[in-house]
Write a protein that binds this ligand. Structure first.
Ligand code: TXA
Ligand code: MG
Length: 314
């Protein structure tokens, strides 16, 4: 059996069968690669925690093939419905109260009475979920605390021996994880900035969103440990130039001496798509550390800065 397969009809069918039988399959989404398991099968879900070395208090996102499926598992209030209508399929995860008869493994929710749901936009991801005929629990396909994978090679480097299959759909379009919004109460709260900018959500629901991106101690956002997304090298943010021994990650046209430039034209979407791949690349260089130029904080820049701040924290 080949470990890595290109995404096509046959490999998606094969991946779906592996998932339905309780195996782990890594797959592409528009945000980052996910490490998938049948969300209704507690033993399969437990394999995710073991493979990633993920703390069991940190719940997983459950991926669905379409919005209609969400009502089987969770209760959607009016803001949840408005956000789902506007942005599913897409890079948005909603934290919702579990339905009374929700069949998703409590382990996927880490014992909380809420469940995180997302309908990914990626055709490969939705094809796989449809083929498995199951909701698919999938965190990012990296070891806990490390950089998220934006191509199949990143997944293979960290998890090759722990998965039954890696579906290779090429590099991810967005390159940053989904935006996580808690809509389990009356007032929606952003728990994690991500691929969907808050400005777009506020426009869609005509309401300001609160932010609680946490400091790692708050149970509301158990995944937002401060030192998440860490490369092995020390990372220094908002750097105007590199110090001796540092490699330099630039942004925009002023980044003359940069080893890599997230976007020479200063395009934040391009920078997001390149962020993790470039950090992976610089992290493997014989350097003392990585220095990163300042990145504007508007739109998806907020999520880029969030990941950089966490990567810089050790
Ligand atoms: O883009 C993404 O979201 C990717 C792809 C694969 O879909 N997945 C991803 O999963 O980033 P993960 O496990 O790396 O991040 C899930 C985040 C964590 O911060 C976790 O704490 C939070 O969602 N989360 C999950 N369930 C939750 C819940 N019931 N309440 C609060 N936060 C929850
Ligand atoms: Mg992750």
């Amino acid at each position: 059996m080949k470990l890595i397969r290109q995404v096509n009809k046959a490999s998606i069918k094969f991946g779906g069968q592996l998932l339905a039988k309780g195996n782990l399959v890594a797959f592409p989404t528009e945000t980052v690669y996910g490490l998938g398991a049948n969300a209704k099968d507690s033993q399969a879900v437990a394999k995710i925690f073991a493979a990633k070395n993920r703390p069991s208090f940190n719940p997983l996102i459950v991926h669905l093939s379409d919005q209609g499926e969400a009502h089987k598992h969770a209760v959607l209030n009016s803001s949840a419905k408005a956000l789902a209508d506007a942005f599913w399929p897409g890079p948005l995860t909603l934290i919702l109260p579990r339905q009374e008869r929700c069949e998703i493994s409590p382990l996927a929710s880490a014992g909380l009475d809420t469940v995180a749901l997302r309908v990914p936009a990626s055709a490969a991801a939705r094809g796989l979920i449809t083929a498995a005929r199951k909701p698919i629990a999938a965190p990012s396909a990296n070891l806990s605390g490390r950089l998220s994978p934006t191509c199949a090679e990143h997944v293979a480097n960290q998890l090759k021996r722990k998965v039954s299959l890696i579906l290779d759909g090429g590099p991810c379009d967005i390159g940053l994880e989904s935006t996580v919004v808690d809509v389990s109460n009356n007032i929606p709260v952003i728990l994690r900035p991500g691929g969907l900018p808050s400005e777009m959500m506020e426009q869609a629901i005509g309401q300001k969103l609160l932010q609680d991106t946490g400091n790692g101690t708050d149970i509301k956002s158990p995944g937002m440990l401060v030192n998440h997304y860490a490369p092995s090298l020390a990372l220094r943010i908002n750097a105007q130039k590199p110090r001796p021994g540092e490699v330099f990650l630039g942004f925009g046209k002023d980044a003359i001496n940069a080893d890599l430039n997230l976007s020479p034209t200063g395009d934040l979407l391009e920078a997001a798509a390149n962020l993790f791949a470039y950090l992976h690349q610089l992290d493997s260089m014989p350097a003392k550390g990585i220095a990163v130029m300042p990145i504007p904080t508007e739109t998806i820049g907020w999520a880029i800065n969030d990941r950089l701040e966490r990567a810089a924290c050790r």
